[in-house]
Design a protein around this ligand. Sequence first.
Ligand code: ISL
Length: 570
Amino acid sequence: MPASPATRPFRSSVVYQIYPKSFRDSTGNGVGDLRGVIEKVPYIASLGVDHVWFNPFFPSPGRDNGYDISDYRAIDPAMGTMEDFDELVAALAEKGIGVILDMVLNHTSTAHEWFQRALAGDPVYQDYYILRPAKEDGSLPTNWVSKFGGPAWERFGDTDHYYLHLFDRTQADLNWHNPAVRAQAAGIVNFWRERGVRGFRFDVINLIGKDEELRDAPPGTDDRAMYTDGPLVHDYLRELAAASFGADEAGITVGEMSSTTIEACVGYSRPENHELSMVFSFHHLKVDYDQGRKWTDVPADLPALKRILSDWALGMQEGGGWNALFWNNHDQPRAVNRFGDPGRYRAESATMLATAVHLLRGTPYVYMGEEIGMTDPAYTSIEDYVDVEARNAYAELLAEGRTPQEAFRIVHRKARDNSRTPMAWDASATAGFTTGTPWLRPTGQEAVNVEREEREGSILPYYRKLISLRHELPLIAEGAYAPWEQDNPDVLAYTRTHEGDRLLVLCNLRGTDSEVTLPEGLETAEVLIANHADADAWVAAHRAVRPRPSALPLRPYEAIALLERAEPAA
Ligand code: ISL
């Protein structure tokens, strides 16, 4: 079978993320599948992207929508067959697009054969998991909590031991201290490499380096510090790379880093360390968390957002690391709802947000539907939500004494299902996603769908242009980053410089008029891309103002990128 194509270097690449369960259903059972994706390859190729990252489509009980894997070397029958997979890889390869598979190697489903054998008493497989007795006083082995709510320990069968699950109780954490587990992980990656895959995303991979001795978080401290970014993560990643993907010159790898630090991420992604190509971090998506707590409803702190984006861009640049750049994924509500205005300024805010990350130093990721400006669903009841995390959070909010209305309002703002609604292909009742009943209810497709966006929209062409600019301009892929007007509370601004070329990116984060000072120079700068049609005239008019430097007013959610070339075009 054809291997994934040797695409351009990851620094000048753009990745499209597909949540297969929600992309396109080819059978009418209401659940997306691989043949559905094959149907849409022409659309994916039309975006100009270099890789597609697929969320897991391996056999799974589906308690966490495929992040609870019961077989790493097969395709979930509900999603298709291995032949479908090979055909999909080939169809994408023909368009020059590589495949990135999601490797969930921190934990398995408790339905996985390894866990089942462990439960049946096989000591070899018991050592695959993290099993501990209760403390002497009978309490749980540690005071850690699951990221999906409740304690992180569950009774191991009818024994007096408990197994660790940092996520759902059906997602048992693997014991990476065991060399056999590490060998299994490399074997899984190699299985897919042998089928031509050259891209891998590693789920919560910075959680694999837990200490041998697990300790309580001291009272009042965050238990995540007890198991996140342990020094062993680096050793294990290097070992995994050497035993599998490290041999792929044109490969691309990305680690999902939960609650991490710049320092750790530099380590994970510096090429000299031979770990990963790049990292996902999430601090910029916690600026609408009240005191670090997700299930709260506060407005986004935009100055904090600016600071975090800039700290990460600078810190990773100084350390020689590389960021994955993104606003949206399958775990996040839609960024247009969080940081923009999905009603009055949907197109402006969607394109402003796109500009902000696509021109940064790093590799941009576009989550399906983002490129047409899809928004959070207009759900009105908790019954519309399917996700285990949302359901648990709702119950916990009620238990804390919130009213059902308050609890729903909070879940509605933060739920992961907000981005998991079916891809809107057309305005029909099922959004062109399925001929059956969608597993998650689409809303808003009458106004926002691919068909309409192709016909008359401004967001899709804007994304296509941003993607092609990264391919064309080494300045965007390689240029040095520096923040501009860091104290401006309204405008996200930065420069990129490369071999004398200079790019100034200006993004008004507000739905009101703002202004920003222009740096010296830029006399010959041209508008590279802007989300208001008359940006050229706008900039020219303000450049004419004397005395300089003048402030440039920006309209609601306006984005302008000005390019000054070392050698102005004749
Ligand atoms: O701790 C977090 C961020 O600092 C969380 O967002 C965490 O990183 C996230 O929940 C991990 O997500 C990934 O692993 C989960 C799965 O449910 C998600 O869909 C996946 O993206 C467990 O496999």
